[in-house]
Design a protein around this ligand. Structure first.
Ligand code: GDP
Length: 302
């Protein structure tokens, strides 16, 4: 429901196409596909994906495979679903067998990183997972306190920086050591929010990753990039840069309850081949859902 309301703007953009498809006949093909391309572009699908979708529909229409407006609509949904599920890449967390599993959460400031980490802790705890939080955002003064509030809210233990000069890699390393010694299942690591253009902070992420791997070879198991769902195509650039520097294993898409821009998500998943693992649909503890590509597509193309 929240996802559906978040995509109202995208649906509005596509309404004209829906209308045309209701009364579609073969002679209308160019007009409908032009309108569709325009609507996809306005909805931030990006030129590459918009053209890819429209071309594939055109081919199928001209080959006589799609014979009605509703068949075209179904083909459109199938096409977007395929792009989003990206050849079956895993949308579930891959935590491996070694304990503790380590999840690092990264992203730009204000995207919803700390909130998502708290919501993820809540989710995992509900499943009976023993979770330790690591306050690795040592850059923003209030970040650690914000995470402490989430620790309290979710009944999780937390490791915070000792002393003002403590650096993120050492906080994460400490937390993972404690996780190992005290039998935790998962260590959830916050990191400093950063612009993807802030190269020294981006380098710090690499140090964080190395510090964690020193304690548990092969860790972190997951590096989840938080992407603000209300950002336009800039999301693609962010995802590229974080992936280049640190190697992203999955996305958490936040604020899909607001005025989300679903289109660019399709572009990001298609280009990078990295799956969306969770979506944020509000600020409460229960507002993090596993990504459901079908629900996502149905919310855009009902
Ligand atoms: P960070 O700087 O990336 O750690 O971002 P925060 O976790 O502090 O979140 C920034 C703001 O976005 C806060 O006001 C959050 O409550 C809000 N926020 C985070 N996720 C969501 C979401 O899924 N939906 C909505 N509506 N707000 C969110």
């Amino acid at each position: 429901e929240k996802l559906f309301s978040g995509f109202s703007k995208t649906r509005e953009n596509l309404a004209v196409v829906d209308e045309l498809l209701l009364y579609w006949n073969l002679a209308d093909t160019d007009r409908v596909l032009d309108e569709l391309e325009e609507a996809l572009l306005v909805s931030d699908f990006g030129p590459k994906i918009s053209i890819k979708i429209v071309d594939s529909l055109r081919d199928d229409i001209l080959a006589g495979k799609l014979k009605s407006g509703s068949e075209i609509k179904d083909a459109l949904k199938r096409c977007v679903l395929e792009l989003l599920t990206n050849k079956g890449s895993k949308t579930e967390l891959q935590l491996g067998f070694r304990k503790p599993a380590v999840i690092m959460v990264v992203g730009v400031n204000g995207g919803g990183k700390t909130t998502s980490l708290g919501k993820l802790a809540h989710r995992l705890k509900k499943e009976g997972v023993k979770v330790l939080l690591a306050a690795g955002d040592t850059f923003r003064a209030a970040a650690s306190e914000q995470l402490e509030i989430w620790a309290e809210r979710t009944g999780s233990e937390i490791v915070v920086a000792e002393g003002e000069k403590a650096k993120a890699p050492s906080v994460l390393s400490q937390a993972v050591k404690r996780g190992k010694e005290q039998g935790y299942d998962v260590v959830l690591c916050d990191t400093s929010g950063r612009l993807h253009t802030n190269y020294s902070l981006m380098e710090e992420l690499v140090s964080c990753k190395k510090a964690v791997a020193k304690v548990i070879p092969g860790a972190p198991n997951e590096i989840l990039l938080v992407l603000d769902g209300t950002t336009g195509l800039n999301m693609l650039q962010q995802a590229r840069e974080f992936n280049d520097v640190v190697g992203v294993t999955g996305f958490i898409l936040t604020k899909l309850d607001g005025s989300a821009r679903g289109g660019c998500v399709v572009s990001v998943v298609d280009e990078l081949g990295i799956p969306v693992k969770f979506v944020g649909v509000g600020e409460g503890v229960d507002d993090l859902q596993p990504f459901d590509a079908e629900a996502f597509v149905n919310a855009i193309f009902p």
